[in-house]
Design a binder for this molecule. Structure first.
Ligand code: COA
Length: 391
C-alpha cells in the first residue's frame, strides 16, 4: 500500500513543460523565461501566447492573436441578461464561475475531444481558448456596474486586455502607469505550475469535459482563501491592523491562537515568492508617485512582512503573491471582493495551456484512497437500532 501524503505534497501528478518553480531559490519561469524578464519586457497577450504555444510569438502572430482577443471581448446578450438576475450581493467569483460555465452552452463541439486522438479539431481548441481568455475580464468588469444597478460599459476593441479591463471598470481610459501595472499583474498571475485550481482544471479536462466546464471548475477552486481568495483577506487584515505600531502585538496574538496570516506562506516557496518581490517594487513605485492613503497600508504591510519573517521565516513562511497585489488593486479603485476575480482573469491563460497539454496526451485522473471505514456488516432494521449515529 502506498503512503498517504496529505495535500499530495511532493506527489507528481503530471508532466508539464509550461512553467517551473525552484522554491528554495525563489525562481519562477514560464516556458524557460524568468518571470522577472517577462514582467519587464512582455505583455499579457504575448505571455499568454508563450504559455499556450511554448515559444515567444513573431510580431505577426502576436498581432493576429491580439486582434482575435479584441474581437471577442463582447459578451453575449443572453449572458448579460442572465447576470442581471443574479443577486447583487453575490460574490464576483461565484458570478464568474456561473457565467463562464453558462457561456459553454453557446459553444457546443466537445465531440471533437477524444481520448484516442486528443482532439480532431485544432480550430475548436484554439477558438475556445481565445474566447474564454477574451471574455474573462469583460465579465468581471461588467459585474461591477451591474451589481450596483447600472448598465455595464461596453468593451473597446482598440484596447489591450489590461487597458480594456480598467476602462470597463472605471469608465476612463487608464493612464500609461496604471495600464502597465495591470498588465504586469496579469503576467505575474498567469501561470504557476500545478496549484490547486490548475489541478482541478486538469482533473475536469481529463474527463474530456468542455473547456468552459474546465475553467469553471478551476474558478471555483481558486475562490477559496487558502488559494486565490487570500488577496481579498490581505487588505481586510491590513485595515484591521491599522498601523505599523500595532503589527507586533497583532501577529503574536494570531500565532498564539494558531491562526494563519493571510498572504504569507506557500507550499512551493521556502523564500519570498518572486511574484511578491516584483509586486513589492511596483507598490513602492506607486507610493513614490501617489502616496496618500497608500502610504499607511504599505507601511503596515512592510512592518508585517518584517515581523512575519522574524516569527515564521524559520518555517520557510514568507510573503506570497497575494500579499502585495491587494494593495495595488485597491489603489486602482478595484473593490476588495473583485481581487480574486482579477487573479482568475490572468490565470485563465495558464489553465488553458494546461488543458491543452492534458488533452494532447490524455488519461483520465482516477487516484485511489486508503479505506479507513467499516468492514462489510449486517444491515440493522430500524426497530433494532439503539444508538443515534454521531452527527
Ligand atoms: N500564517 C501562519 N503560519 C503559517 C502560515 C501562515 N500564513 N503558512 C504556513 N504556516 C505555518 C504552518 O502553521 C505550519 O506550522 P507548523 O509546522 O508549526 O505546523 C508551517 O508553517 C507549514 O505550513 P503548512 O500548513 O504545512 O503549509 P501548506 O503547504 O500546507 O499550506 C498555504 C500552504 C498557502 C495554504 C499556507 O501557507 C496558508 O494558509 N497561507 C495563508 C493563505 C494564503 O496566503 N494563501 C495564498 C497562497 S498563494
Amino acid at each position: 500500500m502506498s503512503d498517504f501524503l496529505p495535500g499530495l505534497e511532493g506527489v507528481p501528478a503530471t508532466k508539464s513543460a509550461i512553467s517551473f518553480i525552484d522554491g528554495e531559490k525563489g525562481i519562477l519561469s514560464y516556458r524557460g523565461y524568468p518571470l522577472e524578464t517577462l514582467a519587464t519586457n512582455s505583455t499579457f497577450e504575448e505571455t499568454t501566447l508563450l504559455l499556450l504555444d511554448g515559444e515567444l510569438p513573431t510580431k505577426a502572430a502576436l498581432n493576429r492573436f491580439s486582434k482575435q482577443l479584441r474581437s471577442s471581448y463582447r459578451i453575449k446578450y443572453h449572458i448579460r441578461e442572465m447576470m442581471r438576475h443574479f443577486p447583487h450581493t453575490g460574490h464576483p467569483m461565484d458570478m464568474l464561475q456561473t457565467a463562464v460555465c453558462s457561456l459553454g452552452m453557446f459553444y457546443p463541439g466537445t465531440e471533437c475531444l477524444t481520448d484516442a486522438d486528443s482532439c480532431k479539431d485544432i480550430d475548436y481548441v484554439r477558438n475556445m481558448t481565445v474566447n474564454i481568455i477574451a471574455q474573462m475580464a469583460p465579465l468581471v468588469a461588467m459585474w461591477e456596474h451591474m451589481r450596483q444597478g447600472y448598465d455595464p460599459i461596453n468593451p473597446r476593441d482598440d484596447l489591450s486586455v489590461a487597458e480594456n479591463l480598467l476602462y470597463m471598470f472605471t469608465g476612463k481610459e487608464p493612464d500609461s502607469l496604471m495600464a502597465r501595472i495591470m498588465d504586469v499583474c496579469l503576467i505575474l498571475h498567469a501561470e504557476h505550475t500545478l496549484n490547486a485550481s490548475t489541478f482541478a482544471a486538469l482533473v475536469a479536462g481529463s474527463t474530456l469535459a468542455s473547456p468552459y466546464s474546465v475553467i469553471s471548475a478551476a474558478i471555483g477552486t481558486l475562490s477559496g482563501p487558502l488559494h486565490g481568495g487570500a488577496n481579498q483577506r490581505v487588505v481586510g487584515m491590513l485595515q484591521e491592523i491599522g498601523s505599523p505600531d500595532n503589527v507586533e502585538a497583532w501577529v503574536d496574538k494570531k500565532l498564539a491562537n494558531k491562526e494563519v496570516i493571510w498572504g504569507m506562506g506557500h507550499r512551493e516557496y521556502k523564500v519570498k515568492d518572486p511574484r511578491a518581490t516584483i509586486l513589492h517594487k511596483l507598490v513602492t513605485k506607486l507610493v513614490e508617485e501617489r502616496g496618500g492613503s497608500l502610504d499607511k497600508m504599505f507601511a503596515t504591510a512592510m512592518k508585517l512582512e518584517e515581523v512575519c519573517v522574524d516569527r515564521l521565516g524559520h518555517k520557510g513562511v514568507y510573503p506570497n503573491v497575494d500579499f502585495y497585489s491587494g494593495i495595488l488593486y485597491s489603489e486602482m479603485g478595484i473593490p476588495e471582493d473583485q481581487f480574486t476575480a482579477l487573479f482568475a482573469v490572468a490565470r485563465s491563460a495558464g489553465w488553458l495551456a494546461h488543458w491543452r497539454e492534458q488533452i494532447s496526451n490524455n488519461r483520465i485522473y482516477r487516484p485511489t484512497q486508503i479505506y479507513v471505514g467499516h468492514e462489510q456488516r449486517e444491515y440493522i432494521p430500524m426497530s433494532e437500532r439503539k444508538k443515534a449515529p454521531k452527527q
